[in-house]
Design a protein around this ligand. Structure first.
Ligand code: PMV
Length: 362
C-alpha cells in the first residue's frame, strides 16, 4: 500500500527562496461513473473518463517563507481576480488535511490565484480541474524544493493521489486522453488510490473525440456530489450497481480498444441514465435533470436512428448534456447540433470541447 506521508519534507527556512508555480489542468467526463465512496475518498467501483481540453482551471501558486506564526495555513486565495474567502477556507481545510504528506505547507505563506475557462456555476465539474491544478502545483513545489518526483509516472501518480483527496474524480484529470481510477483486473496497475494513464490503450478515434457540453441550466446543483455519494450508502440498488459498473467497465474497455462505437455509445448512455436513476432512487430522492435534458436525449436518439451517425450523450451529476461523437462526422452532425440542440440550452450556451492532452505546466 502506497503511503505518501513523509516527515522529511521539511524546509530549511534560512535557504528557502520565494517562488511561483503555475499549472493548467482540464476537467474530465466519466463514461463508467464513480458514484459511491468509502474511507478517505476511495471509490466503490472503478471508473473511466475522457480528459477534456477547453474546460480547464489555471492555477498560479506563489510561495514565500511564512511570517505569520499564528495560523496553521497561511493562504490568500483569489478566484477570477477577486479575493474569495469561501473558496480560501475550503482550500485551507484541504491543505491542513495533507500536511502529513507535505509538512512544508505549514512553513510557507501561499497566494493562490485561480481562473476557470468556463463559468463557475455552469454546472461543469470545476472541482476536477481546480483540485488537479492545485495538486500539480504542490507536487511541482515538492519537486523544485526537494529534488524529488523526477520520474514522470511517479510525479503524476502522486499528483493524482493528492487530487483524489481534494475531489475523487479530479484524480482522472492528470493524464492525456483517458484515465482509469479504481482497482480492477481489467486495467493493469490500476488502483483505488490514484488514476492511471489509459490513453495508449484506446483506439485513436477517441484521441480527438468531441464532447460538446450543452448547458441546460447554469444554476448551482440542488444536491452536491458529496451528499449524492453519501446517499448511496442507503440505496437499495447500491450493491448490484457496483457489480454492474465492474461488468460495464470490462466491456467498455474492450470496445474502446477496438474502436467499437456502437458498444461504446450503448454503455455510455446507459451509465449516464443509471447515475441519474441512482439519484432518483436515493432516500430522499432527487432529480437533477431538467425537461430540456430529456428533450435533448430524445432528439439525439431520434437523429441517430434516422441518420445512423454515431452520436451519443452522457451526463455528469447535473442537467447538462455531454454530446460525444468522433471528429470524422463533425460536418454531418454540426447542423443538427446548431439547429436542434443549442436552442434548448440556457442562453444558447455550449462549450464545444474535445478530448485533450491533459495538464500543462505554464
Ligand atoms: O469527484 P466528485 O466527488 O465530485 O464526484 C463526481 C462524480 C461524477 O462526476 C458524477 C462521476 C464521475 O465519475 O466523475
Amino acid at each position: 500500500m502506497i503511503d505518501y506521508k513523509n516527515p522529511k519534507l521539511i524546509l530549511d527556512s534560512s535557504s528557502t527562496k520565494d517562488g511561483k508555480i503555475s499549472w493548467k489542468s482540464p476537467s474530465n467526463i466519466a463514461l463508467v461513473k464513480y458514484w459511491g465512496k468509502h474511507g478517505v475518498q476511495l471509490p466503490r467501483n472503478p471508473s473511466i473518463s475522457l480528459t477534456l481540453d477547453e474546460a480547464y482551471t489555471e492555477t498560479h501558486l506563489e510561495y514565500s517563507t511564512q511570517k505569520n506564526k499564528n495560523v496553521d495555513i497561511d493562504l490568500d486565495f483569489y478566484f477570477e481576480g477577486q479575493p474569495n474567502e469561501p473558496f480560501a477556507e475550503k482550500i485551507r481545510k484541504f491543505l491542513l488535511r495533507i500536511t502529513d504528506i507535505f509538512p512544508f505547507i505549514k512553513q510557507l505563506k501561499f497566494t493562490i490565484k485561480s481562473h476557470n475557462s468556463f463559468p463557475h456555476s455552469s454546472g461543469i465539474a470545476s472541482s476536477a480541474s481546480s483540485m488537479s491544478a492545485l495538486a500539480l502545483c504542490l507536487c511541482s513545489l515538492e519537486s523544485n524544493i526537494f529534488g524529488t518526483l523526477k520520474d514522470d509516472t511517479e510525479f503524476r501518480n502522486k499528483a493524482s493521489y493528492i487530487s483524489r483527496l481534494g475531489s475523487g474524480s479530479a484524480c482522472r484529470s492528470i493524464y492525456p486522453h483517458a484515465s482509469v481510477w479504481g482497482q480492477t483486473s481489467d486495467a493493469e496497475n490500476s488502483s483505488d488510490l490514484f488514476g492511471i494513464a489509459y490513453g495508449k490503450n484506446i483506439h485513436p478515434i477517441f484521441h480527438d473525440f468531441h464532447d460538446d457540453i450543452l448547458i441546460v441550466n447554469q444554476g448551482e446543483k440542488s444536491v452536491s456530489s458529496r451528499a449524492g455519494h453519501a446517499l448511496m450508502e442507503g440505496n437499495a440498488y447500491a450493491t448490484p450497481r457496483y457489480n454492474q459498473a465492474r461488468q460495464r467497465l470490462q466491456r467498455l474497455l474492450l470496445a474502446m480498444e477496438e474502436g467499437d462505437l456502437e458498444v461504446f455509445g450503448n454503455i455510455t448512455e446507459n451509465e449516464a441514465l443509471t447515475l441519474h436513476a441512482l439519484m432518483m432512487t436515493s432516500n430522499p430522492s432527487y432529480i437533477l435533470m431538467k425537461p430540456n435534458s430529456l428533450e435533448m436525449i430524445q432528439r439525439i436518439r431520434a437523429f441517430r436512428q434516422e441518420t445512423q451517425q454515431p452520436i451519443y450523450f452522457t451526463l455528469d451529476a447535473g442537467p447538462n448534456i455531454h454530446l460525444l461523437y468522433p471528429h470524422s462526422i463533425y460536418e454531418q452532425v454540426n447542423p443538427f447540433i446548431e439547429e436542434q440542440l443549442i436552442p434548448l440550452c440556457e442562453n444558447n450556451k455550449v462549450i464545444r470541447d474535445k478530448v485533450g492532452l491533459g495538464p500543462l505546466q505554464l
